[in-house]
Design a protein around this ligand. Structure first.
Ligand code: SF4
Ligand code: SF4
Length: 114
């Protein structure tokens, strides 16, 4: 089984990803990938205003995606859990997938070893 997120990426093209500028600096996120949204916060730039597709996302939603700054990714990305990965639902995951025409994950998506 490959991790369902690797063939999804919907949440990286569904929500704004804000953070305090100090977090961006501490994580070493390239300033060119963020934009200022208020005096204290920046957000990941988007390259598709309609779907809020994060500029750091590579690949095709629902097929094969990857975050180019995975190790440095900000806290909102770390906090968003995939539905049922740890036995819990995730309304954000479900909503993001629905926005891209993908069905919600189910516990069965995590049942195969791998
Ligand atoms: S920083 Fe990476 S994990 Fe976060 S929204 Fe952008 S592509 Fe997705
Ligand atoms: S929407 Fe859910 S399954 Fe898709 S990448 Fe995000 S957490 Fe993973």
């Amino acid at each position: 089984m490959t991790h369902p997120c690797l063939s999804c990426g919907a949440c990286c093209a569904a929500f704004r990803v804000p953070m305090y500028w100090s977090e961006a600096e501490d994580r070493g996120i390239d300033p060119g990938l963020t934009e200022k949204i208020d005096p204290l916060r920046v957000a990941m730039r988007v390259d598709d205003a309609l779907h809020l597709r994060c500029i750091a996302l590579d690949g095709e939603i629902g097929m094969n995606t990857a975050c180019r700054i995975y190790v440095q990714r900000p806290s909102p990305c770390r906090d968003l859990t995939a539905a049922w990965e740890h036995g819990q639902p995730s309304p954000q995951c479900d909503r993001a997938r629905a926005r891209h025409g993908l069905p919600p994950l189910t516990p069965a998506d995590w049942s195969a070893p791998g």
